[in-house]
Structure formats: structure tokens, C-alpha cells
Design a binder for this molecule. Structure first.
Ligand SMILES: CC(=O)N[C@H]1[C@@H](OP(=O)(O)OP(=O)(O)OC[C@H]2O[C@@H](n3ccc(=O)[nH]c3=O)[C@H](O)[C@@H]2O)O[C@H](CO)[C@@H](O)[C@@H]1O[C@H](C)C(=O)N[C@@H](C)C(=O)N[C@@H](CCC(=O)O)C(=O)O
Ligand code: ATP
Length: 445
């Protein structure tokens, strides 16, 4: 039998029990879908667990439980979620956003109706005003790439956090001199089995999951705020389906940040994105001027379980959409030999990659973490006019069409360097960011 949404009818997805053992730092989160039961496991460092504020810990575990469920819900996407524990209205709003817009790409790829609509069945409870988490200072989740590297430089006294840490994340934290907290996440192996057997698959709002885990770590370790590095460019839709925007990076958007911040505040944790007003080009302008630039790794292919399981070396693949986009941005601020020293190769020299670069400003952008169409076009047009990059085969092939695409919106690299747009960065952190940006500007000038 099929449900209205077009997926197999499995009734409701159930967010069931959860456990947490402060002695071992092991947490389990259980879900039911049809006849199947799934349990995802988190391993936290028991040294983090201060034993304070059990109510906040409990609410933070609930937040993790809710959003982590998207991985298992997507096997059948039944359009109905039953939550067995009572949740707050702010938590429910986060869950609604994560299962609907957060699964927008998943719905589009699987040809389910967009927007993906999900009905929640949950009891609500009213939280009391929260005490602040503690004196542990800022917690900075690090993905190993350029954005969080910049955050580590702006907030040098912060603590880094890596979820399923890889060599790249450890390297960047070490290079920044930040202490690193590590959390291990283990998907239920039954998920891969059911996916293999034909369950639906697609992208999950992973920043929502990382945000919830970071908030739990912040509560346990007495940290606040949790500082993400999600840029303004993450707000742009990847493509439009029947007039509805679908965004690969939805859980990095400002809309999601605001919903999540309300839920984090209930457990005494501040939550914001430091780079919210920055384009990708503005972030790269700063990172390109930092010694840390040789420690970063933004290629998502190198973060798959196959790679992070230790079976392959982590490096830039220089073929995926994110590598092409990141290289394009860095090329604006580096000479070819400097770029090659960072990336280990030069995709602008490989004419067969021209189509891959062109997709960065197409109506349907790649489902990857790439910047705005206009900033990619502006970057390529900028290179075409430069002495050091103008002769690269891809730049020669695409320079004129990129310039035409950029002209439609009046996009220039300079326009993308100025911070703009709404944000929730507290003044102290905004000033620190501005200082680092100004230092970088004078370094590239
Ligand atoms: C690393 C990566 O990009 N993975 C995406 C890829 O998955 P793949 O099969 O190639 O490898 P794995 O990540 O190892 O996944 C194996 C299977 O497990 C499922 N799964 C994984 C993580 C999870 O939390 N839940 C899961 O159910 C997965 O579906 C596989 O079956 O393709 C997937 C399908 O499109 C993507 O969902 C995988 O993306 C990861 C969840 C991921 O961590 N991606 C980030 C690198 C990423 O996209 N970051 C964005 C932020 C977007 C957001 O906030 O939503 C960014 O950097 O901007
Ligand atoms: N495994 C992870 N553990 C902790 N935080 C993470 C993890 N993956 C991503 N993040 C955080 O999520 C946010 C968005 O991730 P994103 O991949 O865009 O950032 P990044 O890795 O810093 O840079 P890049 O875009 O160059 O990869 C960043 O703040 C990043 O630090």
C-alpha cells in the first residue's frame, strides 16, 4: 500500500525511548518504523558530564532525539511522526522544520511532493526560564573546512567540537591551538540494510543534527554560546520545484538558526552563526590570508563513512562540486602556485571540468554546499580578467559566459565582500570577526 506522499505506507514514524548513562557518556535514541526498531548511539566523553542541571540535560537529549530521527524517518517518509515523550513548543518547531524543509532535497530527489508535509503527534510541556549553561566559554563545532576554521581564529579561547572526528577536523583544531571535544555518532546498522533493500534515501538536515548534539555537549560541559559558521550564501535555494524552493543547506539557513536558537535558549545555551552576514567569497578572502589555509579540507567526498572509516586518505578530490566551488573562490585571492599548494592540484587547468564549474551558476545548482549563483559567476568573470588565471583552460572557456551571467545581477567580487543581511551575532563576537576580516583585507591588499 502507498501513502498519499507516494512512499510505502508504514503508518507513523515513532520517536520512542532514549537512555543516557552519565558514567560512560553513552546515549541511545530509539525509533520505530513499521515493524522495525532503530537505535542510534552517541558516545560523549564522560569527563564532560558535570551532573549539573539534569532538566536541561533531559531537554537537550530530547532535541537530539527529535532531529536525529530524520535519518530513519526517510526510509519510508510516512508523513506522520508520533513523539512518545512530551516536548516544548520550540523543540516541536525545530522538528517540524527539520522533517519538512530539512528533507526538501530528499523529497525532490525521490519525486515526493514538495514541500514535504509532516504531521506531528506530540504532547507539549512548558519550560521554565533557563539558567545559563555555565562558565565553559564558547563551543565551536568544526567540520574541517574553511568556515569553522575562520571561527576558531576569531574566537581563540573557544573549545572545538568534532562529531565523528576525522584527521582533517583534528588538524584544523590543532593548527588553531583549540582544545577539542570529540563525540562519536553511530547510525543503527539496520538503516544501511533497509536502504540496501529499497528504502528511500537522500540528504538529511545534518546541521540540525550537529546543532542538537552540540547543544547537548554545551549543557553537559557548561559551554555557551554554541557558535556555528554558516554563511549567508546558505540561504539561497538549490532549485525550485513547482514554485517551491528546495535548499540542500536548509539547516544552515538563518530561518532554521532562529528556530533552533529558541530551543537552545530553553536549556541555557546561546546559539548563533558567526559568519551569517558573509558570502562564501568574503569567508574565503579572510581564510586565504591565514596560515590555517593549508590545514582545511572542505571536500565532502572525503567525509563519507568509507573515508572516515580510515580506508582512504582524506584530501581534496578536485572533481566534486564543492571542490570546484571552493577552488574557484580561493583562486580569486591566491596566485596559481599558492592555490596548488593548498589544494594539491588545479582544476581550472582541466578543460573537462568546465561543465562542472558552469553548474555553479545554473538555475539548478548542484546538491552540495556551494555558494550563490551570482558569486560563482562573479568569481569566474574576475579570474577571466586577471593576469595570473586568465589563460587557464577552464577560465578561457567560461570567462565570457560567466561575465554575462554576472552582469544580469550586477554581481562583482567586491560586492560579495561586504557583510550584509540579518544576523544574531552578539556585539562582542561581531567586533572580533570584524577585526579578523580587516586584518585579512590588509594582508591581501
Ligand atoms: C559526507 C557526505 O556528503 N555524505 C552525503 C552522501 O552520503 P554517502 O552515502 O555518500 O556517505 P555517508 O555520509 O557516509 O552516508 C552513508 C549512508 O548513511 C546515510 N546517513 C548518513 C548520515 C546521516 O546523518 N544520516 C544518514 O541517514 C546516508 O543517507 C547514506 O545512505 O549522500 C547522502 C544522501 O544525499 C547525504 O545525506 C550525505 O550527507 C551527510 C549527511 C553529510 O554529513 N553531509 C554533509 C557533508 C553536508 O552535506 N553538509 C552540508 C550541510 C547541509 C545541511 O545542513 O543539511 C554543508 O556542508 O553545507
Ligand atoms: N562533523 C562535524 N562536527 C562538528 N561540526 C560540524 C561537523 N560538520 C560540520 N560542522 C559544522 O557545521 C557548519 C556547516 O558546515 P560546513 O561544512 O559548511 O563548514 P566547514 O566544514 O567549516 O566549511 P566548508 O564549507 O569549507 O566545508 C560549520 O559550522 C561546521 O563547523
Amino acid at each position: 500500500m502507498r501513502s498519499e506522499a507516494g512512499a510505502p505506507d508504514t503508518g507513523a514514524f515513532v520517536v520512542a525511548g532514549r537512555t543516557f548513562d552519565p558514567a560512560t557518556g553513552e546515549a541511545t535514541f530509539t525509533y520505530r518504523l513499521g515493524d522495525d526498531e532503530f537505535t542510534e548511539r552517541l558516545t560523549l566523553d564522560p569527563a564532560l558530564v558535570t551532573g549539573r542541571m539534569p532538566l536541561h540535560v533531559s531537554a537537550a537529549l530530547d532535541l537530539v532525539h527529535l532531529v536525529m530521527g530524520t535519518s530513519y524517518y526517510k526510509l519510508a517518509a510516512p508523513g506522520r511522526v508520533v513523539v512518545e515523550r512530551a516536548v516544548t513548543a520550540a523543540q516541536l518547531a525545530v522538528a517540524q522544520a527539520a522533517y519538512t524543509d530539512g528533507l526538501g532535497e530528499f523529497a525532490a530527489v525521490n519525486r515526493l511532493p514538495v514541500p514535504h508535509r509532516v504531521e506531528f503527534d506530540a504532547e507539549l510541556w512548558e519550560p521554565e526560564a533557563a539558567e545559563p549553561a555555565g562558565e565553559g566559554g564558547a563551543l565551536l563545532p568544526v567540520g574541517g573546512g574553511k568556515d569553522s576554521a575562520l571561527a576558531l581564529v576569531v574566537i581563540p579561547d573557544g573549545t572545538a567540537l568534532a562529531i565523528n572526528p576525522t584527521g582533517a577536523q583534528r588538524d584544523v583544531a590543532r593548527a588553531a591551538g583549540a582544545p577539542l571535544v570529540e563525540v562519536r555518532r553511530r547510525l543503527d546498522p539496520l538503516l544501511a540494510e533497509r536502504t540496501e533493500q529499497g528504502g528511500l534515501n537522500g540528504h538529511v538536515p545534518v546541521t540540525a543534527i550537529n546543532s542538537a548534539i552540540s547543544t547537548l555537549v554545551a549543557v553537559l560541559g557548561g559551554h555557551s554560546p554554541v557558535v556555528f559558521a554558516n554563511e549567508r550564501s546558505a540561504d539561497e535555494e538549490t532549485l525550485t520545484v513547482d514554485g517551491v524552493g528546495v535548499n540542500h543547506q536548509y539547516s544552515k539557513s538563518f530561518a532554521f538558526e532562529q528556530l533552533f536558537a529558541a530551543a537552545a535558549a530553553e536549556v541555557g545555551v546561546g546559539y548563533f552563526s558567526l559568519t551569517r552576514q558573509l558570502s562564501e567569497l568574503a569567508t574565503v578572502a579572510a581564510v586565504a590570508a591565514l596560515p590555517l589555509r593549508t590545514s582545511i579540507l572542505s571536500c565532502n567526498r572525503s567525509y563519507t563513512q568509507r573515508h572516515t572509516g580510515g580506508q582512504a586518505e582524506q584530501r581534496w578530490c578536485l572533481h566534486c562540486d564543492k571542490c570546484l566551488f571552493t577552488f574557484l573562490c580561493f583562486a580569486v585571492f591566491l596566485r596559481p602556485e599558492e592555490a596548488v599548494a593548498v589544494f594539491g592540484g588545479n582544476p581550472l587547468d582541466d578543460a573537462s571540468l568546465a561543465d562542472g564549474f558552469r553548474k555553479l551558476w545554473a538555475t539548478e545548482k548542484p546538491f552540495d554546499c556551494v555558494g550563490e549563483r551570482a558569486e560563482s559567476a562573479a568569481a569566474m568573470a574576475h579570474l577571466a580578467a586577471s593576469l595570473s588565471w586568465g589563460d587557464a583552460p577552464v577560465v578561457r572557456a567560461l570567462g565570457a559566459e560567466a561575465a554575462a551571467a554576472a552582469e544580469v545581477t550586477g554581481a562583482t567580487v567586491a560586492r560579495f565582500l561586504a557583510p550584509r543581511g540579518a544576523h544574531a551575532v552578539p556585539p562582542r563576537y561581531l567586533e572580533a570577526l570584524q577585526r579578523v576580516l580587516a586584518g585579512a583585507r590588509s594582508a591581501v591588499a
